[in-house]
Design a protein around this ligand. Structure first.
Ligand SMILES: [Zn+2]
Length: 129
């Protein structure tokens, strides 16, 4: 039988004793019960934080894509240039689609959209590398 010392009075007692036979101070198993009570709380907290952080990160961490609507191509390109802070380097230059790539690898595009509800507009977006 293993022996341990009472945490309060120092008397040698059995490790299985729930309380000290001399001073009646609660021993080891009592702390074990506290751990069992706290454990589900920690699991619950982890699950809670997992779901809440996962939710916010998926919406804010949308890989740098940013869409905006412009009425003309010129406004779209001016808007992107302001956003990227450098002169736009055009790669594809077509009537309904103008795209390019900046020196730092940022991809950008202005696409002509035609919808029934909004009519014709240009959608500008970019994606940082
Ligand atoms: Zn004791």
């Amino acid at each position: 039988m293993a022996l341990t010392k009472c945490k309060k009075c120092g008397t040698e007692i059995s490790t299985k004793a729930k309380e000290c036979p001399k001073c009646a101070a609660p021993q080891g198993p009592k702390q074990y019960n506290v751990a069992i009570l706290i454990f589900p709380l920690i699991i619950g907290w982890l699950l809670y934080s997992f779901f809440t952080t996962d939710h916010t990160s998926s919406s804010t961490n949308s890989s740098g894509f940013r869409g905006a609507e412009f009425s003309t191509l010129e406004q779209c390109m001016t808007g992107l240039q302001k956003e990227l802070g450098a002169k736009l380097r055009v790669i594809i230059d077509e009537p309904e689609e103008v795209t390019g790539s900046q020196a730092d690898g940022t991809f950008w595009a202005c696409e002509k959209k035609s919808t029934g509800t909004k009519g014709i507009y240009w959608e500008g977006y970019y994606k940082a590398k």
